[in-house]
Design a protein around this ligand. Sequence first.
Ligand SMILES: [Fe+2]
Length: 303
Amino acid sequence: MATLSAVLATTHHPFFYKATELTPREDQLPQAGEWKAKVAAYQETLTAAEPELLVMVGSDHFHQFFYDNYPTFLIGKQPRYDATFYNEIREFSLPTYELEGHEELSGYMFQGLLDRGFDLSISHELKLDHSIICPIITTRPQADLPIVPIYTNIFAPPLPSPKRFYDLGRAIREIIDEYPSDKRVAAVGSGHLSLELGGPRMFGEHGPDPAWDVQAIQWLANGDIDAILANVTWESMSKSGNATPGFLDLILMLGIAGPEPASYVDDLDLFHTREMYVTWYPDGDPRDRAATAEAEIPEAVRA
Ligand SMILES: [Fe+2]
């Protein structure tokens, strides 16, 4: 059976690459150095898990799906995926990518979800946007692993409930655990904490609801799905910013991890949003194994 070696839940910030790689040092944000260092540390949490393929969760930002036909949940099943839309190149200077797909796991996942009561849409012509490419840039910049992309609707209400997102995550977890393969799989998903896009609270000194952000990170860090389901609704998220329902994708990632405390939690208050970096290790923390292996090396040899 496949091994789920890591689950990563993170915010995505389309300006990260431009702000840290393309902007001359003298013009960078004061937080740019710290931002880059935190992302590098986060990237290491995925590298340490030695993944061989990635299940990636994101949401189309009205690039190819619109109100006339927006799939609630969708899985891609293609040999390759093009990524990055023109407006993302123009506004965020994001690179284009061609990522390899893992059609076998896509098909297995699609059938497994149907069997569990999740009737996903399926696409053979999916193009990836920054909800997947930003986490590639921050967690696997070499973009060398085959992927299974899962898209959710966090943008075009009415949306499924937080519980439905969590339950979908639980189903994805079961399917990965049952997947007849010796591969090490990692799940990487991106979403938002409190966020305002185009509204009156955009580009403030902090995110639109800093207190909510701290609470939301705590819920995820503790794996506290009960508190999330007791407190998070479409209405409550919308009060904290018009794009805050992006938190639903982070709830989905908690579903994949299960109601467990995270192994790695970090965040960064950028001037208009809070970034968050969370990792669970369902198969045990590989950093502990590395430390144990180090400890087992005789001191004479180590020297
Ligand atoms: Fe986004």
